[in-house]
Design a protein around this ligand. Structure first.
Ligand code: 8GP
Length: 797
């Protein structure tokens, strides 16, 4: 890409849109002109790529996901186009800071956490490697809430991102479709055979907006298609005149709620209904469009699976299999058997969590009225599946494997039965799926199950988030690693080179200073960049055990204050959003803030430790925090974290993992060797055994002096009038994720971290090895596995 060309476009846009020259434009105007210019360039490339794909008639993948945590796009696009530095120079000649322009872009928060960010990393990687893929999701008007901390408590505020975010989107009025809810189904025998029709439905219009996805150093451009819901006819005058007031604006009400908000709380019946509508809305719109286009091109759907691989990202889009069956049977009149054959060759499913509350189930009496035809299809899939299970002699597994059981529809079961491939996201997680979560299914379909360990978009998480390290690495080992992260292993040659180790230390220090400046500017808190930056950033969930981290800090507090402990100064950095209805998670956020306050009020202790909670964790914040970390806390209870991806981003940026043998930590250990990571805690089998025996946290309290000291100390704590006895009671009586059982071993691991850190050269070498061994955690590797083993798609340049 020629940057001159881009500069001209910016100036032209400024003239046409705002009638200003670049020297008189506001930052906001420059931002808009840049976003529009990038969109034009990508649209042009997209056109070329589409032509090529059409000409070659290749198979494509479609990634359906309720979440895409896209992150800011402008820098990513300039980086991929290879013009970031030139544009920076150009703008600075006009006294404009590119960084300030970047800050204007909202961070599209169309996701909650790992699963959503993974989806975006994969679109980036697939595009950079020239795989034809389209993402499908919802154009949420409000993304994940903005987190504000007030007196230590989380508060949620709406995040309206479209105002400034819309400039990246392309509206495709030619591809609108209609999605139908409610009503009833009519079954009848006609001259052409048995037919099912859906009557008296409420129709919603699905309007497509495309976010164009660029790839690094390639002309390939893919699409993330986001559907917005609109009432088809708006307000219904006829119904209103007949006095049916509420029905007259029903479509409008449904439409405005569907694409309003990411995951509204679904603890109420209304919340659940809305969730079902959201899921059906986007998968129906996506499939209708795909099926229509395919039929137009080929005149048949029998070969659909030869040209399309459909991926279900966790169970949220699982209704897609029933919708696809509906289209084949009701609209194109294929037989059940033929339709089922095409469906099962088309779909694949990834599981992202074994936490039972996240394995979706819908009550039949809730689901059926909203989607009567989809329900009847699921019922028939279930009937045939159960019959087959009985024929196989496995009927005793039906309580577990049936798709509909006890009045509930189990979406994971539907996904497994209807897909040709099911994968977990790390070796350990995939093993747990076949050994326990989906054990009965594994007996039925041993060949369906496999693993694809997650990966990250290293060009964002290293290339863009850490240009200092990227440039230095480039000067040492050449630029190849940007395109192919496996090449980063060349860095190993320098693991004993003191000059290199020193330079890496300087870069880390620079990143720590930048984070310190951010903390100072936004929170008014001064942190010491010479202290150890110990980082735990991720969603707040009990299984991730931010509480264990907090307990250790309390342990340090009382040991410094009363036992003469003098540790190496450390800054504990947290960032995490808690689900709005998750009280314990919110209490833990409050607890962390209270510990921070307690430390600050003590002249002695604050010399050694400091706790900073950075609010509103999101992609753009992660880009600032991760490169600055020395220690990466990955301390979930073994067996609970499916993979983790923050662990990979942190290691790539040279942080040392302090972790349990959970998720992808296991593979990080394999990659770096035990001398370059600190592992602690119970293993999955040990956790299971303890559960089986009956875990009694009290015993761990009685057995360990340090557990006792820490919990007893918490009972004496009153901060801002609040005490935390309830937490101590909870830990002693419940402790569902075994913080107490792992506490001793965690304290010991923390000491090992400190010792390692104090040996400066050794630490730097460990850090180098982590960066050098991160190659296998590139999303490029992961998506290639999906492309080769699951989707069977080829690269098209
Ligand atoms: C996450 C897993 O918790 C994490 O370990 C993994 O790295 C990531 O997916 C990507 O595979 N799972 C979710 O984010 C998740 O299950 N979210 C749905 C409940 C909304």
């Amino acid at each position: 890409m020629n940057s001159l060309n881009f500069q001209q476009r910016i100036e032209q846009t400024l003239q046409i849109q705002f009638g200003v020259t670049i020297d008189h434009a506001s930052k906001r105007q420059v931002y808009e002109a840049m976003m529009r210019s990038v969109r034009e360039i990508l649209s042009q490339k997209k056109f070329g790529y589409e032509q090529e794909l059409k000409k070659r008639r290749v198979k494509r993948a479609y990634y359906m996901s309720m979440e895409f945590l896209v992150g800011r796009t402008l820098r990513n696009n300039l980086f991929n186009l290879g013009i970031e530095q030139e544009i920076q120079t150009y703008l600075s000649k006009h006294h404009i800071s590119l960084d300030e322009i970047y800050q204007i872009e909202p961070d599209p928060g169309l996701g909650n956490g790992g699963l959503g960010r993974l989806a975006s990393c994969y679109l980036d990687a697939l595009t950079s490697q020239d795989y034809p893929v389209t993402g499908f999701s919802i154009l949420y008007e409000y993304g994940i809430f903005k987190q504000v901390i007030n007196n230590g408590w989380q508060q949620e505020f709406p995040d309206y991102w479209l105002d400034l975010g819309k400039y990246g989107l392309v509206y495709r009025s030619d591809e609108e479709v209609e999605v139908r809810f409610y009503g009833n189904i009519k079954e009848e025998m006609t001259a052409e055979g048995f037919r099912v029709t859906h009557e008296n439905y409420t129709a919603i219009q699905a309007e497509p907006y495309d976010l164009l996805i660029s790839g690094y150093d390639t002309d390939t451009v893919n699409t993330l298609r986001l559907w917005e819901a609109k009432a088809k006819t708006g307000f219904n005058m006829k119904l209103f005149e007949r006095g049916e007031y509420s029905r007259s604006s029903e479509a409008e009400a449904i439409a405005s709620s569907i694409s309003k908000l990411l995951y509204p709380a679904d603890s109420t019946r209304e919340g659940k209904e809305l969730r079902i509508k959201q899921q059906y809305f986007f998968i129906s719109a996506s499939l209708q469009q795909l099926v229509k286009n395919h039929y137009r091109e080929f005149g048949t759907l029998e070969n659909f699976h030869e040209y399309a691989a459909l991926h279900i990202n966790d169970t949220h889009p699982a209704m897609a299999v029933a919708e696809f069956m509906r289209l084949l049977i009701d609209e194109y009149h294929y037989s059940w058997e033929k339709s089922w054959e095409i469906t099962t060759k088309t779909f694949a499913y990834t599981n992202h969590t074994i936490m039972s509350e996240a394995l979706e189930k819908w009550a039949v009496d809730l689901f059926q009225p909203i989607l009567p035809r989809i329900y009847s299809i699921i019922e028939e899939i279930n009937r045939r599946f159960c019959q087959w299970v009985i024929d196989m002699g496995y009927e005793m597994t039906l309580p577990e494997t049936a798709i509909i059981y006890d009045g509930m529809i189990k979406m994971a079961n539907l996904s497994i039965v209807s897909s040709h491939y099911v994968n977990g996201v790390s070796k350990l997680h995939s093993d747990i799926l076949v050994d326990s979560t989906f054990r009965s299914f594994y007996a039925l379909y041993p060949d369906k199950f496999g693993n694809v360990t997650n990966g990250i978009a290293h060009r964002r998480w290293l290339g863009q988030a850490n240009p200092e390290l990227t440039n230095y690495l480039e000067s040492l080992i050449g630029i190849d690693f940007v395109k192919d992260l496996s090449k980063i292993s060349k860095l190993l040659e320098y693991k004993d080179d003191e000059k290199v180790l020193h330079a890496l230390k300087d870069i880390k220090h620079q990143k720590k200073q930048q984070l310190a400046a951010y903390i100072q500017d936004t929170l008014g808190i001064t942190v010491n960049p010479n202290s150890i930056f110990d980082v735990q950033v991720k969603r707040l969930h009990e299984y991730k055990r931010q509480l264990l981290n907090a307990l250790h800090i309390v342990y340090l507090y009382q040991a410094i204050k009363y036992q003469g402990l003098r540790p190496t100064p450390r800054t504990f950095i947290f960032a995490a959003k808690a689900s709005s209805g998750y009280d314990m998670a919110k209490n833990i956020i409050k607890f962390i803030h209270s510990i921070s306050q307690l430390i600050e009020s003590d002249e002695l202790v604050r010399e050694y430790i400091k706790v900073v909670f950075i609010p509103d964790y999101k992609v753009s914040l992660a880009e600032i925090i991760l490169p600055a970390a020395d220690v990466s806390e990955q301390i979930s209870q073994a067996g609970k974290e499916a993979s983790g991806t923050g662990n990979m981003k942190l290691m790539l940026n040279g942080a040392i993992t302090l972790g349990t043998l959970d998720g992808a930590n296991v593979e990080i250990l394999e990659a770096v060797g035990e001398e370059n990571i600190v592992i602690f805690g119970l293993k999955t089998e040990e956790v299971n055994q303890l559960v089986a025996e009956g875990y009694k946290p009290w015993e761990w309290y009685n057995r360990s002096e340090r557990v006792k000291q820490t919990l007893d100390f918490i009972r004496t704590m009153t901060v801002g009038g609040m005490n935390f006895n309830f937490l101590v009671d909870y830990l002693l009586n419940d402790d569902p994720f075994m913080c107490l059982a792992d506490f001793e071993s965690y304290i010991y691991a923390q000491q090992q971290i400190e010792e390692a850190y104090n040996d400066e050269k050794q630490w730097q070498k460990m850090s180098l090895v982590n960066t050098a061994k991160a190659g296998i955690f590139s999303a490029d590797r992961a998506v290639k596995e999906y492309a080769d083993r699951i989707w069977h798609i080829q690269q098209v340049k």
